[in-house]
Write a protein that binds this ligand. Structure first.
Ligand code: PRF
Length: 376
């Protein structure tokens, strides 16, 4: 895996590069649609490739381990073959989902025991088992097993949690060194910086992560209830320590504005359920702000969904039609909204990349943030 940094901004930390994996290249900054169980909800691979122009998608270790399970994934030849996505894949480690979804969680030095949110069955995730599971899933980029501590944790809890994540990272690295990819393509482990909103903890965690010399690094534990300004401050601080010549992935963030602000602070990769989940609830993202398509004001608006949108749904369907589909709970409504929002997020990072290349990212970002903040 290589990362070729092509352009850097003179007046902010934004950068544009190319991350090359055995399944192809990713132009950064990039947004990665979330395909939790191996499918991006309501969206076909063909639409992801041709219309949304996604370059990499995400899967979740926690969900894939529970269903379809490792036997099926192994026999299928890994997730790329199982879901027919031939471009790059990234899997999250379960170090977040186990905390947000599983029941009866118990954290020990060894790992986390939990009960499945699906059938109540009991499981243990450890750094070693999570590396083994991610070998079976076979994503190009796999994430370290971490504890994402809540945004309102006190310093003592956050410190102990960050240090545990550090010890788990050592065990992840050891397991990776002892095992081989199963399907002939390279897999790279990205470590995750934690430390909640405490600068001393963030600094220490980032130093531990930087010392690993990984192919890429992630920033976790943000957008979990802390104030937005704190999030930006932690991103800035962390990126003074993480190596400049490796991609930086901000996990689970965020709104279009969050993404533009984080790019200005040196982040290269993003994922978030917001475009798909909010889309299914009728929230549409546009360059002029967000639309709630359920609102009565759209019932009689026959103009195109988004005249500036880049996907075919934007010109083909009207606002009134999508309003109707969402109100009648038609499956097509979920599809149209998801395609629109994902195409918008990919367009957002493509435009960001173009402005970094042109050298006017900072001023463009300031103007866009003002526009994106509207509710239409
Ligand atoms: N850790 C992991 N996955 C994550 C997060 C984290 O901290 C977050 C936090 N925003 C989202 N997804 N492993």
């Amino acid at each position: 895996m290589t990362f070729d940094l092509q352009y850097t901004c003179a007046d902010c930390e934004a950068r544009a590069g190319v991350l090359t994996t055995d399944h192809g290249a990713i132009e950064t900054p990039i947004f990665m649609p979330v395909g939790t169980v191996g499918s991006v909800k309501a969206v076909h691979m063909h639409e992801l490739e041709e219309d949304i122009r996604a370059q990499i998608i995400l899967g979740n270790t926690y969900h894939l381990y529970l269903r379809p399970g490792l036997d099926v994934l192994r026999r299928a030849g890994g997730l790329h073959r199982f879901n027919s996505w031939e471009r790059p894949l990234l899997t999250d480690s379960g170090g977040f989902q186990v905390f947000s979804l599983a029941e009866n969680r118990k954290i020990t030095e060894e790992g986390v025991t939990f009960r499945s949110h699906i059938d109540g069955s009991k499981h243990l995730f450890s750094p070693e088992s999570v590396m083994d599971i991610q070998r079976v899933i076979g994503a190009d980029i796999i994430m370290a097993f971490d504890e994402c501590c809540p945004g309102d944790a006190d310093h003592d809890y956050a410190r102990r949690s960050m240090l545990l994540t550090g010890r788990w990272l050592e065990r992840c690295l050891k397991r990776m060194a002892e095992t081989e990819p199963l399907y002939g393509h390279e897999q790279q482990l990205f470590p995750i910086v934690q430390g909640c909103v405490y600068p001393d903890l963030r600094r220490r965690s980032a130093e531990m992560v930087a010392a690993v010399g990984a192919a890429g690094n992630a920033i976790g534990g943000l957008a979990v209830g802390e104030p937005t300004d704190k999030m930006y401050e932690m991103i800035e601080l962390t990126n003074t320590i993480l190596p400049k010549d490796r991609p930086r992935y901000l996990m689970g963030v965020g709104t279009p504005i969050n993404i533009l602000e984080a790019i200005a602070r040196g982040v290269d990769m993003f994922d978030c359920i917001m475009p798909t989940r909010n889309g299914r609830n009728g929230q549409l993202f546009t360059w002029h702000g967000t639309i709630n398509i359920r609102n009565a004001k759209w019932a009689d608006d026959y103009s195109p969904l988004d005249p500036e949108g880049t996907s075919y749904v934007d010109s083909r369907y009207s606002k009134a039609y999508l309003h109707h589909l969402i109100h009648t709970q038609e499956l097509l409504g979920l599809q149209i909204a998801s395609i629109h929002n994902l195409a918008f997020y990919l367009d957002l990072v493509r435009q960001a990349r173009e402005h970094i290349r042109q050298g006017d990212y900072r001023s463009w970002k300031t103007a866009m943030v003002r526009q994106l903040d509207n509710r239409l």
